[in-house]
Design a protein around this ligand. Structure first.
Ligand code: ADP
Ligand code: MG
Length: 243
């Protein structure tokens, strides 16, 4: 299978603080990779370096053959190909659900409003929110907001979807609906990188799990192996607290 994301010796510093140290990873087309690790270990920074929300200090990130760390590359092109879903949704509060979804495709892909709305309706049906097109984010539950955020990211037809703790801010009863949408996406063959504390999801859906500690990938394996037979002491210690 072809490589979709190639991370080579990625290093990220904030001043003197080295948040990511020499991270290398290959993620194949259609692969679902979950990233686990303690708070502050660098998981979000890793994702943010992948779509260049952060400038990297050294190393390379190549997505679908394009070096996103190349300063001359058009950043909007990268963002079109790499969808991102955040813990806190980041929807535009003064726009309706449909306006949230059609904004970027119309602006950056030059798609007509009619076409964007049609695609928006399909996506809302997919995430189970067909009746919410004209609602404002403020009137939605957390789980509904997150499903809108997923639909909005998908509206760009991304090649890759990055999720940063998409269910961490949700009430427990909302988590399942969001994970269900993500599971469906995975089954459709979307390439996904998911930072999550949902070990059940990782176990069921991930092809591979990476455990990050202090800015280093300490261990990676298929979920069943990693969860039942962690090799590294730091992985064992982390898992003993979360499983
Ligand atoms: P995680 O997502 O695993 O909780 P983060 O990637 O958010 O971890 O953060 C990793 C480390 O980098 C933490 O020590 C955090 O305080 C630091 N950090 C993150 N963003 C910044 C920033 N913009 N400036 C300075 N330090 C930061
Ligand atoms: Mg984080």
């Amino acid at each position: 299978m072809t490589t979709m994301i190639e991370v080579k010796n990625l290093q990220k510093k904030y001043g003197d603080l080295e948040v990511l140290q020499d991270i290398s990873a290959n993620i194949k087309e259609k692969e679902v990779v979950c990233i686990i690790g303690a708070s502050g270990s660098g998981k979000s920074t890793f994702l943010r370096c992948m779509n260049r929300l952060e400038d990297i200090t050294s190393g390379q990130v190549i997505i679908n053959g394009q070096d996103v760390t190349d300063k001359s590359i058009n950043i909007n092109k990268i963002r079109q190909e790499v969808g991102m879903v955040f813990q806190h949704f980041n929807l535009f509060p003064h726009k309706t659900v449909m306006q949230n979804i059609i904004l970027a495709p119309m602006k950056t892909r030059g798609i007509s409003k009619e076409e964007a709305v049609k695609k928006g309706q399909e996506l809302l049906a997919k995430v189970g929110l067909s009746d919410k097109a004209d609602s404002y984010p403020g009137s939605l539950s957390g789980g509904q907001k997150q499903r809108v955020a997923i639909a909005r990211a998908l509206a760009m037809n991304p090649k890759v979807m990055l999720f940063d703790e998409p269910t961490s801010a949700l009430d427990p009863e909302m988590v399942g609906d969001v994970l269900e949408v993500m599971k469906e996406l995975a089954h459709e063959g979307m390439t996904m990188v998911v930072v999550t504390h949902e070990m059940g999801f990782a176990r069921e859906v991930a092809d591979r799990v990476l455990f990050i500690d202090k800015g280093v990938i300490v261990e990676e394996n298929e979920p069943v192996e990693l969860f039942s037979n962690p090799q590294h002491e730091r992985t064992q210690s982390f898992l003993s607290k979360v499983l």
